[in-house]
Design a protein around this ligand. Structure first.
Ligand SMILES: Cc1ncc(COP(=O)(O)O)c(C=O)c1O
Length: 383
């Protein structure tokens, strides 16, 4: 098969299974609203859970950072790209989350890939919740270690895997809040099991950081757990992008030697590190934003229950409506759009086969009337 045939066949398959993806050009908005195709929609698709991507304090910090440092870092952190802004942010994150060290990465995807690539060896085993994010499962599949997946959020399933003998080290991998289901992992129980077995636990808290726990310190803090490896990302509640790995001193030094995504990649702009410091401050002082988000979640869940909509158990900002069939999910998203609401239809392979859904996300930027409008339209399109 030629290159062209191979590519065309893959595209045809995607089309036929109603799984073809297209990007939409976002012409602007304020988090609560979004402008696409010349229309303004109420936005229920973003991960900007606290609305910080539009926060004047964060924007001003970015601008001041650009004035001070210019717009780019100029190189890898191992050359000249690690500035006082990066250093300060790492220190603030480590202190806030109670770890000896934090290391910045350009994205959560890169952090997850880097960690598993740098840490895992052929005799090791990765035990991952089967609904873990693609960046984790893919990194695990590419690593020389064996990958075993356990039933979603089932500590006993992890315990069974931990009980099997392994020549090397075992690393259990999970998320704080699952990106497509919105449910939370039983972290305390998982960590108890890994500790007993002498294994390490890695938690990707992309969707919990900033939102859950005292001062928004995330799912682990909320559940009183300090995993050996914690990944937090800045594309969600922080309203920016980038990520950090929280770990002990020796692991941080090891990653600085062996994490290729750190060594061979340009560091984030220092101005972004300045904006992230401002976003961190907003999160630490953000009880009011978190309370507003919680009110929106409750309003949505109560309204949905009255309409007998089938929701998952999620009590987080991610409120998926399971639909099943790909085409039906696309049709429903389209009908919502016709009523001025932007909700993403998520289809396999992002979710398991037959698991197509409308992934509704709520934010602190939504007003109560936005939630009511969403419920009204969901009722009309009779999910
Ligand atoms: C659980 C989880 N981990 C990692 C990532 C990747 O993070 P980033 O967008 O910073 O690359 C995402 C989504 O973006 C995610 O949902």
């Amino acid at each position: 098969m030629s290159w062209q045939q191979r590519i065309e066949q893959a595209l045809d398959e995607r089309q036929q299974s109603a799984a073809y993806r297209r990007r939409q050009v976002n012409q602007g908005g304020n988090g609560r609203h979004i402008q696409l195709n010349g229309e303004c929609y109420l936005n229920f698709s973003g991960n900007d859970y606290l609305g910080l991507s539009q926060d004047a304090r964060v924007i001003a910090a970015w601008q001041q950072g650009a004035q001070q440092y210019g717009v780019g870092s100029g190189g890898s952190g191992h050359v000249t790209g690690f500035s006082t802004a990066h250093q300060k942010l790492e220190q603030q994150l480590a202190e806030w989350l109670g770890y000896p060290r934090a290391l910045l990465f350009i994205s959560g995807y890169a952090a997850n890939q880097a960690l598993l690539a740098a840490l895992m060896q052929a005799e090791d085993r990765i035990l991952a919740d089967r609904l873990s994010h693609a960046s984790l499962l893919e990194a695990a599949a590419h690593s020389p270690a064996q990958l075993r997946r356990f039933r979603h959020n089932q500590p006993q399933a992890l315990a069974d895997l931990l009980a099997k003998s392994c020549d090397g080290q075992m690393l259990a991998v999970t998320e704080g809040v699952f990106s497509m289901d919105g449910d939370s992992a039983p972290l305390a129980e998982l960590h108890r099991l890994t500790r007993t077995a002498g294994a390490w636990l890695m938690v990707d808290d992309a969707h919990g950081i900033g939102v859950h726990g005292d001062q928004g310190r995330g799912s682990c803090w909320q559940q009183g757990v300090r995993p050996e490896l914690l990944v937090v990302t800045f594309g969600k509640a922080f309203g920016l992008s980038g990520a950090a790995v929280l770990c002990d001193e020796a692991t941080a030094e090891y990653l600085l030697q062996f994490a290729r995504h750190l060594i061979y990649s340009t560091a984030m702009p220092p101005a972004q590190a300045c904006a992230l410091q401002a976003a961190l401050h907003c999160i630490q002082q953000g009880d009011e934003l978190r309370a507003r988000l919680q009110d929106n979640i409750q309003r949505f869940r109560q309204g949905a229950a009255q309409l007998s909509l089938t929701l998952t158990e999620s009590v987080t900002a991610i409120q998926p409506l399971l639909v099943g069939d790909n085409q039906r999910a696309l049709d429903l998203a389209q009908r919502l759009r016709e009523q001025g609401l932007w909700v993403s239809a998520i289809r396999p392979p992002t979710v398991p086969p037959g698991g197509a859904r409308l992934r509704i996300t709520l934010t602190a930027a939504h007003q109560p009337q936005d939630i009511d409008r969403l419920l009204e339209v969901l009722h009309d399109v009779s999910i």
